[in-house]
Design a binder for this molecule. Sequence first.
Ligand SMILES: Cc1cc2nc3c(=O)[nH]c(=O)nc-3n(C[C@H](O)[C@H](O)[C@H](O)COP(=O)(O)OP(=O)(O)OC[C@H]3O[C@@H](n4cnc5c(N)ncnc54)[C@H](O)[C@@H]3O)c2cc1C
Length: 331
Amino acid sequence: MEAKIEDIGVILPEAEELTRPAVDEAKVYELVIIGGGPAGLTAAVYSARKRIDTLLVTKDIGGQVLLTSDVENYMGYYYITGKELIEKFKHQVRQYPIAIKENAEVIRIGKEDKTFTVETSGGGSYRTKAVIIASGKRSRPLNVKGEKELVGRGVTYCSVCDAPLFTGLDVTVIGGGNSGLTAVVDLVKIANKIYLIESLSSLKADPLLVERADRSGKVEKFLGYEVMEILGETRVSGIKIKSTQTGEIQTLAVQGVFIEIGLIPNSGFAKGVVELNGWGEIVVDCACRTNVPGIFAAGDVTTVPEKQIVVAAGEGAKAALSAYGYLLGES
Ligand SMILES: Cc1cc2nc3c(=O)[nH]c(=O)nc-3n(C[C@H](O)[C@H](O)[C@H](O)COP(=O)(O)OP(=O)(O)OC[C@H]3O[C@@H](n4cnc5c(N)ncnc54)[C@H](O)[C@@H]3O)c2cc1C
């Protein structure tokens, strides 16, 4: 086997990529994994290494990591971009015979005896003995006037994807947590002026991010302000905000609105199937088991605290090993 020098300076064997097995609706898989983020991809590698016949069903490969510009806390890489990290994950997945159904949205999980059916919006239906739900989270909407109407016309939920569209313009970022401040840090290199709006009286983001934003000299903060309306006919032209303390209303002229107010779990299809908590997260025990034998869950979609890539990957590994134990018991 030939060796190649990776950019991280380590000599690794040149692994051959396998041809992916075809997706087969007629068979009963041993395991279906829902979601292609860090949790789902790690679960897929672990399950394949246990020779579990696995199908991964997902809307995309990468999940939220595709929206992340810089990753500085995934062990093994002191710095890597989100896209590069996902390329490395994909490369590792390709070393194993894992069937993958991409661009597929799961809408229902059914149960019949000891077999589950995973159904997608495109009409695909896959039978399996066990399921791992690793469907992660998505952006929370602001739910104000003008938001829905102007999505893609100045309103965005992804600074990594859309920041370059606002070169030299004035923009606003809604949300003073890590997502909001990450967006601000992305935008200081691109936008002319950034208004940061947070409904609380202080920022919740890591001090390191706040310092980077402050150092730019481009950021004006509105703490204790709520968004009332996003203005604009065909494109965003401004935003109306109100002080939670004084009730004072201000209109800021901006061409872009980045909404970064948190995430909600992609668990709608699991409602009524497994137990969810008040926030819609899937309740799991420390072995990633849900309240339904044979259904496991991992990563951001679960009640496990700390939503991070390394945590999701670790939980994905655990879920696959738990599913392996379950399948052994069932066979
Ligand atoms: C802007 C931003 C920056 C971040 N920065 C960092 C960072 O620097 N370091 C860090 O450790 N973490 C960071 N995070 C958090 C990290 O990305 C997440 O914790 C991690 O991606 C969670 O992995 P996951 O696999 O559980 O879920 P996700 O990454 O959300 O993946 C879920 C997968 O499920 C798929 N899916 C969803 N619903 C369905 C469905 N119904 N049917 C089929 N497939 C479905 C999605 O398409 C996706 O492939 C950041 C997050 C964001 C948003």
